[in-house]
Design a protein around this ligand. Structure first.
Ligand SMILES: Nc1nc2c(ncn2[C@@H]2O[C@H](COP(=O)(O)OP(=O)(O)OP(=O)(O)O)[C@@H](O)[C@H]2O)c(=O)[nH]1
Length: 451
């Protein structure tokens, strides 16, 4: 059994006095030779990066009481920051009673530990912060396990040299393993055992999930996935579109995934709306599996709605990031077989009339766009109509996945529908692309040939 300290413990539960966690968020960036701070990538300003980190921290219900861009003239291997800055922030942390410092950079385990010692407070870096968000947002069992796995791998890497968290918890019992096994080796061994156990659970869960997904794909309505950069307004839009519309059909999905809801479109057509976790630039590579697990629905969606913050100065860079993550997942809009995509240009309430017009008149505009405000409700009917039209146009072509034991269904489809494509995947499931009229389609679900 592993020590409890390695299990996922939300930062929000950290504050002792029952109050909310009070955080300081800093974004360290290199100074240029001319003394001016410079962005650590070409697109985003340090201020924008800081705001993003503050937004991410606030999203997990932590009070950000102080924030700062910290220009660095050189990178200190032991503490990242120089002594002057270290002391200045220590005073701030003490006087503002801060119990969490978020450093928007990748810290080495040694840097993290030294900062915690110097500031006498918990310190997390960018990876730690993203893991917290995934932990909160993981909606499926698979997502949760992937996040815990990423957490453990992260902790394991932090156990180099004398990382003492687990030791402290045990009150320094010294050797607990076989002869010659040090505390750190014992900690590593326990974490490795837990990692193996999670991997095993993941295999089972993945299998079950495939069953759920095939069941869901057989639901006679299409899936519309909302994707977008963090803070673009996906959840606000999701809530607006699903407002007070609890359909009986939801019962089907409620137990599987709380971020999926069925909604009625104007024509009476039903679609399943699926919310996803926000995209972030420079996602650490070892977090990609955890991130993918939260994006399950996107790869098999019938339509992708890319929610964009039209009022953000980095909106184009954010779009590029989202598209590149989608491409990593194998979703390349515009390519044969890829789901269609529309852009919901959100937050237009923050734009002037001229800015709105300019958005639509851009010469390089390559995609279907609808201007909306998820907050004021502006443009929402137009968005719903667009979704209706696109999904409606695909009406007669369906992608159906059948398990290896559902042979009777495959034969039924060959007899009653136009099978355009058929392939068997590695797990033995049959993927069929079929054209059939709505009556035959409804009948297929009613008679369930394999039941
Ligand atoms: N002014 C304005 N603000 C909006 C609009 N839509 C969302 N917001 C605000 O933008 C912030 C982020 O909205 P969310 O819906 O949480 O964004 P999200 O894309 O789900 O964010 P993640 O959970 O990080 O992925 C919130 O403060 C919203 O109130 C809009 O149309 N206009």
């Amino acid at each position: 059994m592993i020590d409890n300290s390695s299990e996922y413990q939300p930062l929000t539960a950290m504050s002792d006095g029952g109050g909310r966690t009070r955080a300081l968020v800093i974004h360290p960036c290199r100074k240029s030779r001319h003394g001016k701070s410079m962005a650590d990538d070409r697109v985003r300003s340090p201020q924008a990066r800081l705001e993003e980190a503050v937004g991410l921290t606030a999203a997990i219900d932590i009070d950000v009481v102080e924030q700062a861009v910290v220009p660095l003239s050189s990178l200190r291997p032991a503490t990242l920051l120089g002594t002057g800055k270290l002391e200045e922030l220590r005073i701030l942390i003490e006087s503002r009673e801060i119990d969490l410092a978020v450093v928007d950079a990748d810290l080495t385990p040694v840097q993290q530990r030294n900062l915690e010692k110097a500031w006498k407070t918990k310190v997390i870096d960018r990876t730690g912060l993203i893991l917290e968000i995934f932990g909160e947002r993981a909606a499926t069992k698979e997502g949760e396990l992937q996040v815990e796995l990423a957490h453990l791998n992260y902790q394991k890497s932090r156990l180099v040299r004398s990382w003492t968290h687990l030791e402290r918890q045990r009150g320094g019992f010294g050797f607990i393993g076989g002869p010659g096994e040090t505390q750190i080796e014992a900690d590593r061994r326990m974490i490795s055992e837990r990692i193996t156990a999670i991997r095993r659970q993941l295999e089972t869960v993945t299998r079950t999930r495939q069953l759920h997904r095939s069941r869901r794909q057989k639901a006679p309505y299409p899936v519309v996935a909302l994707v977008g950069y963090t803070n673009a307004g996906k959840s606000t839009l999701f809530n607006r579109l699903t407002q007070s519309k609890v359909l009986a059909a939801d019962m089907l999905f409620a137990t599987l995934d709380p971020t999926m809801r069925a909604i009625d479109l104007v024509t009476g057509r039903k679609v399943i709306l699926s919310d996803t976790v926000g995209f972030i630039s420079e996602l650490p590579t070892h977090l990609i599996a955890a991130f993918r697990a939260t994006l399950e629905e996107v790869t098999s969606a019938d339509l992708i709605v890319h929610v964009r913050d039209a009022a953000h100065p980095d909106t184009e860079a954010q779009k590029a990031d989202v598209l590149s993550v989608l491409a990593d997942l194998g979703v390349k809009p515009g390519e044969e077989g890829a789901p269609p995509m529309i852009e919901a240009m959100n937050k237009i309430d923050l734009l002037s009339e001229d800015e709105r017009e300019a958005m639509f008149n851009r010469a390089d505009r390559d995609i279907d766009m609808v201007a909306i405000s998820a907050v004021s409700g502006d443009g929402i009917p137009a968005l719903m109509e667009r979704i209706d039209a696109i999904v409606g146009a695909q009406d007669s072509i369906h992608h159906i996945v059948l398990e290896p034991w559902e042979g009777a269904s495959v034969s039924w489809l060959h007899r009653n529908a136009d099978v355009l494509d058929q392939r068997v995947d590695d797990a033995g499931a049959t993927h069929l692309q079929v054209r059939m009229d709505p009556i035959a389609y409804a009948k297929f679900f009613k008679i369930k040939p394999d039941d």
